[in-house]
Design a protein around this ligand. Sequence first.
Ligand code: HEC
Length: 118
Amino acid sequence: MLKSFGVLCLMILFTGCSYDSVEELSGAACKVENVSFAQDIVPILNNNCIACHSAFALQGDVNLEGHSEVLKYALNGSLLGSISYESGYIAMPSGASKLSDCNISQIAAWIKAGSPNN
Ligand code: HEC
């Protein structure tokens, strides 16, 4: 009786600990505070979107190169709408899998902060 109580305590302790560390890990891996356009947003766009959306590859007439261009789609809602598969928007990136939750939250956080050129 006493022994199984001890095992139960250990199990609670263990799951408690591992849950905390998973939370800490995902928190550290995904930066959504003070998101920088140059350091955080541009790399996401370069890796996933620029091949189809630059001055040279103007698919859908959308250019995602440079802050002033990206700002247009941040303001009209289609940047976040398309990457979060919202109805009324064409799901992006076209022909590839959805962006990671982390990248989507970073773009959402940057837009919410007023889409700064930082
Ligand atoms: C393989 C090419 C390709 C890639 C990669 C791609 N797009 Fe697109 N995108 C298109 C095409 C083609 C259209 C126009 C679709 C249409 O009009 O039917 C489009 C349209 C859009 C639109 C307008 C959507 C609307 O509903 O008005 C936005 C915004 C957009 N893309 C953003 C992105 C973002 C952000 C990424 C990267 C995460 C991305 N795209 C990656 C090809 C691509």
